[in-house]
Design a protein around this ligand. Structure first.
Ligand code: 13P
Length: 270
């Protein structure tokens, strides 16, 4: 598999429903000194993304404005504006300086009941607003035990990309997050994650023809921490990680950033 220049490693934090504005500012104040030596050096820097709750986006954006850390949201509605009580539009996120948005996280699919059709519309709406969607896919434990993991992830990938044109596909990040590995402390075996991610890439190629997947970053997520991230990052199929619990601690998140950087010195963001 050839490696595209576009596939800069990406370390993404999903804070879920955690941190008040005050706690967000404390995180920023503690995180920056942890990575200052890296920022000061001319070494390559992986792309770092933090997706706090909507309420913390402005504070985090200002606190990290002069650092190479992108801000994203955890969800978005698919319409630009209107009578949709409680929803947030892609333009509103763009207005706050967001560059990414997580779409179709398993907690939204399984806890809130979001459908694949809705997820596809959200991916489309994000791209229309100039946001990069982080499309989450992943099988449940039952689906894995029934031997359906590859098929489920291929189907979710196909549906999530159904409204995306080939020339836009490099702006989509796919996150493979097996549902049984999320928040359980039981990460996938790197071989299993790499197998599913290879299959996701084959699916992207079959959707668009040719080798479109060479420009699409695919992350692994599910119980990633500083003690195991290296085993994922050394697999060439895996372009980064989407981290929940371990991203809440600034020292641990800085360790993750340094490990992603060291595991992939060949690919740079600057
Ligand atoms: P954990 O890292 O807490 O398992 O969560 C993963 C996740 O859901 C990130 O989106």
């Amino acid at each position: 598999m050839g490696e595209s220049q576009l596939r800069v490693p990406l370390l993404a934090a999903n804070w879920k429903m955690n941190k008040t504005v005050g706690e967000t500012l404390s995180f920023a104040g503690a995180f920056i000194p942890e990575v200052q030596s890296l920022l000061d050096s001319q070494d390559p820097w992986p792309e770092i993304l933090i997706c706090p709750p909507f309420t913390s986006i402005p504070a985090l954006s200002s606190a990290l404005a002069s650092y190479p850390v992108a801000i994203g949201a955890q969800d978005v509605y698919w319409q630009e504006k209107g009578a949709f009580t409680g929803e947030i539009s892609p333009l509103m996120l763009k207005d706050l300086g967001c560059r990414y948005v997580i779409v179709g996280h398993s907690e939204r699919r399984h806890v809130i009941g979001e459908t694949g059709e809705l997820v596809a519309k959200k991916v489309r709406a994000a791209l229309d607003a100039g946001l990069k969607p982080v499309l989450c896919v992943g099988e449940t434990l039952v689906q894995r035990e029934q031997g359906d993991a590859l098929k489920v992830n291929a189907d979710m990938t196909r549906e999530g990309l159904s409204l995306v044109k080939r020339e836009e596909s490099s702006h989509v990040v796919i996150a493979y997050e097996p549902v049984w590995a999320i928040g359980t402390g039981k990460e996938a075996r790197p071989d299993d994650a790499a197998e599913v991610i290879s299959h996701i890439r084959e699916t992207v190629d079959s959707v668009y023809g040719g080798n479109a997947s060479e420009d699409v970053r695919v992350l692994y997520g599910g119980s990633v921490k500083s003690g195991n991230i290296r085993s994922f990052m050394t697999r060439e199929e895996i372009d980064g990680a989407l981290v929940g619990g371990a991203s809440l601690d600034p020292v641990e998140f800085a360790r993750l950033a340094l490990t992603v950087l060291r595991a992939r010195p060949d690919r740079r963001a600057r």
